[in-house]
Design a binder for this molecule. Structure first.
Ligand code: SF4
Ligand code: SF4
Length: 170
């Protein structure tokens, strides 16, 4: 594998050919995204820096960086970027590439595994079930959370797309 600091022009070019990546080179490093990022206020993640590394084609540096998983996809940066850089799409693109190379944050992997096992990323706890009942609804909705067949169908789709392998099984 190349050095994390070694520019990889092919990587930059491949990003530019994919959705969102067409805007990558429009970034002129103003830092508005970093200043808008709620995640960056709590962590060492700097959006501008990640975009710059992608522009330079620092493939290994970007794909292996824990920063790649700090974005909550809140879109604050994208709404404010003066150059119309599709920042969130670029981060998604980078994450997809990382996952294909077997790199994923433990937290994202666990959410994926939970989704595969339960058909949702957020559990329906008894409190919500009671609330639904009070509203005259069934305790569980007629979707993957309350319908075994819907869950099985959903799991079939995830397996057919290879999602289960990407996240390392349920
Ligand atoms: S706000 Fe846009 S132009 Fe400015 S650093 Fe971020 S991505 Fe680049
Ligand atoms: S979308 Fe991600 S990078 Fe942009 S401001 Fe929100 S958390 Fe930060």
């Amino acid at each position: 594998m190349s050095s994390p600091k070694e520019p990889n022009a092919e990587f930059t070019e491949s990003l530019q050919k994919e959705h969102g990546g067409e805007t990558l080179m429009l970034c002129f490093q103003c830092g508005t995204c970093t200043g808008s990022c709620p995640s960056g206020r709590m962590t060492s993640f700097r959006t501008r820096k990640l975009i710059r590394k992608a522009q330079l084609g620092l493939k290994d540096d970007v794909l292996k960086s824990p920063d790649l998983w700090m974005c909550t996809t809140c879109y604050s940066c994208m709404e404010r970027c003066p150059r119309g850089v599709e920042i969130v799409d670029i981060i998604t693109l980078l994450r997809n590439k990382a996952v294909k190379e077997g790199i994923m944050s433990d937290e994202h992997r666990k959410v994926g595994q939970y989704l595969l096992a339960n058909g949702a990323t957020i559990p329906l706890n008894p409190k919500y079930e009671e609330f639904r009942e009070k509203l005259g609804l069934s305790r569980r909705p007629a979707n993957t959370l309350g319908d075994k067949k819907a869950l099985e169908d959903f799991q079939k789709v995830l397996k057919a797309t290879g999602f289960d392998k990407l996240i390392g099984g349920a």
